[in-house]
Design a protein. Structure first.
Length: 149
């Protein structure tokens, strides 16, 4: 029994120690993953932003669901920015890898703003959503200006 437990613990430790980038067979797979995650996040966010801007009729449930989805997906793309993913079909600037700390900081700020948007959307208050949308827009723009070509 001890041998089985030791083997299971060793396997778990090895599995958890693998870098996130190891989940991708090729750099192109990581690029596709991050682009798709960013697309899904943007689509959900755009529904809420459209309501905040008055371009789409306000629906509190759709706003809350979309904001929750956007917040969840905002945590996913970053594993796709691993080694070797700076080339290929991507708009990512080299600065992502040369100034990784700043890039990671911008990503964390955007995730935090998505969390605030999710909280605002749960209230059902369009005014609260509008304020949160402005903050998300600012965090997205800052990162795109610095790290997207």
């Amino acid at each position: 029994m001890k041998k089985l437990i030791s083997t299971a613990l060793a396997f778990a430790a090895i599995t958890m120690a693998l870098p996130a980038a190891a989940q991708f067979a090729k750099p192109e797979d990581a690029i596709k993953y991050r682009k798709n995650a960013l697309f899904v996040m943007q689509q959900n966010y755009a529904r809420v932003a459209g309501m905040a801007a008055g371009r789409v009729p306000f629906d509190a449930k759709v706003a809350a669901d979309s904001a929750a989805n956007a917040e969840f997906v905002s945590k996913l793309p970053w594993a796709g920015f691993g080694e070797g993913t700076d080339k290929g079909d991507t708009k990512a600037k080299a600065e992502i890898w040369t100034d990784k700390a700043k890039f990671d900081d911008y990503a964390q700020k955007m995730q935090a703003e998505m969390g605030k948007l999710n909280a605002a959307a749960k209230t059902g208050s369009l005014d609260a959503i509008k304020a949160a949308v402005g903050a998300v827009n600012g965090s997205c723009k800052a990162c795109h200006d610095a790290f997207r070509s």
